[in-house]
Design a protein around this ligand. Sequence first.
Ligand SMILES: C[S@@+](CC[C@H](N)C(=O)[O-])C[C@H]1O[C@@H](n2cnc3c(N)ncnc32)[C@H](O)[C@@H]1O
Length: 238
Amino acid sequence: MAKRPDGKNTSGRGQRDLTVKVKTARGRKSSSTRWLQRQLNDPYVKRAQAEGYRGRAAFKIMELDDKYRFLVPGARVVDLGCAPGGWCQVAVPRVNALGEKQGKAQGRILGVDLQEVEPIAGCEIHQLDFMEDDADEKVKAWLGGKADVVMSDMAAASSGHKQTDHLRIIALCEAAAYLAFDVLEEGGTFVSKVLAGGAEGELQKLLKQRFAKVANVKPPASRPDSSEKFVVATGFRG
Ligand SMILES: C[S@@+](CC[C@H](N)C(=O)[O-])C[C@H]1O[C@@H](n2cnc3c(N)ncnc32)[C@H](O)[C@@H]1O
């Protein structure tokens, strides 16, 4: 029987695939009803539940890694904004963080989030606001050396104001990029969530100077109606 990332065994039984309709309950806003309906009918949400991932975000990093192959055995990974832990769950077997793949190098995963994260075997996770003044120093001390991958899915809670949200996400992405410049090994990879449109030009310019290749990708698991996309910068020049 196959093992799931949450440690449970798969039942092998097929999933029922019925569309769930949500009635607008008293006291629930219609936007919440729409969110709930979309969540209940989202195939990636169902797949995450069936396969034992903590969230649908797991499939985004899976799809990005299937294309760019940065989560390799032995890789030292920093996962910024890692709660509830889907990206970490995907990274554990790929980098061989538990040393289960004999004859392959054992990797390491260091996760950081504002929120507390339930432990994940093979990951070292710290609760930290990465926008704090000395956050970089703390992460570097925990890391104790170089990293091969810095990945960030950090996103601040939505303010409801599109431009504000955009600027916040770019600030998070920039902070992640500066950590990457400091800790990445030559040839390393930086992956970060960004939002399409506007203010990210400077960041793209900076990344192009420091990495051999910079791609902007919308993985299939990223909701088509969201302006989210991911920047994947490979071949860090050091
Ligand atoms: C979309 S979720 C990440 C999902 C995660 N990749 C996964 O697969 O489970 C975004 C995360 O960014 C975190 N975050 C936002 N701002 C942050 C900050 N300043 N420092 C650390 N984490 C932050 C949030 O707490 C949230 O857990």
